[in-house]
Design a protein around this ligand. Structure first.
Ligand code: ADP
Ligand code: MG
Length: 228
């Protein structure tokens, strides 16, 4: 069943002359357990698309529905709650808080609703174990490696049990070995937990790990033939 449905989305930025058109009548559907890579040159609108999917930005026209809900029909507070509960983000930078432990960092998204519950603390520990950091739970970000920090960011993206994971160059700051192992881990967790995942990447060795490869070109997503 389709859970993410993007239909006819356009995004324009006003300029003194004619509007700058970034996305043009763009469509995309995803079902639970599906993942897709979005590739394209710098400035092609990949981050703009992820921000719209993540409800951090609005489209100029078109519709986005996630689990049957149009997030843009919600009030600001409802939208913030909706995003917190349904969408997990992973960025190129880990954005871990330096003064917090690994465990506390994974729990940060739960703080929107007050103190984490005992159940959420258990889930955080389980996620930390699944990303291979059980023995690093009480370390601070400065005390673990770059690849490990990004694994913590992966665990944090899953703590609210979201429907949709959005990753913008999630391995862009890592060396090649760490990049593949973080990407493999992200995909393994996403497929096991039947989440939807959109990964923006420059790297063909990362995009090849995903089920579908789409090129963002001239404001639209185009299917790419996988090189065998
Ligand atoms: P990518 O992530 O593919 O590198 P972006 O989505 O960040 O591309 O940006 C796409 C285009 O939109 C770029 O040309 C950028 O300059 C332009 N852009 C992004 N945000 C704004 C904004 N707030 N106002 C005007 N132009 C913007
Ligand atoms: Mg970008």
């Amino acid at each position: 069943m389709t859970q993410l449905d993007v239909a006819g989305v356009s995004k324009e930025y006003p300029t003194p002359s004619e509007p700058l058109r970034i996305l043009r009548d763009l469509s995309l559907s995803l079902s639970a357990g599906e993942n897709v890579a979005v590739v394209g040159p710098s400035g092609s609108g990949k981050s703009t698309l992820l921000h719209i999917l993540g409800t951090l930005d609005t489209a100029t026209s078109g519709s986005v529905t996630l689990d049957g809900i149009d997030p843009f029909s919600l009030s600001d507070q409802e939208l913030a709650d909706y995003r917190n509960q349904n969408i997990g983000f992973i960025f190129q930078e880990h954005y871990l808080l330096p003064q917090l432990s690994v465990l506390e960092n994974v729990l940060v998204p739960t703080l929107a609703k007050g103190n984490p519950t005992a159940e959420q603390i258990e889930l955080a520990k389980e996620l930390i174990e699944r990303v291979g950091l059980a023995d690093r739970q009480n370390h601070r970000p400065a005390e673990i490696s770059g690849g490990e920090r990004q694994r913590v960011a992966v665990a944090r993206s899953l703590i609210m049990d979201p429907l949709l994971l959005l990753a913008d160059e999630p391995t862009g700051s890592l060396d090649r070995n760490n990049a593949s192992s973080v990407a493999e881990l992200l995909i393994e967790l996403q497929t096991t937990d039947q989440k939807m995942l959109v990964v923006v990447t420059h790297s063909s060795s990362i995009s090849d790990l995903l089920q579908r490869q789409l090129l963002l070109d001239d404001g639209q997503l185009k299917s790419m033939n996988k090189v065998e």
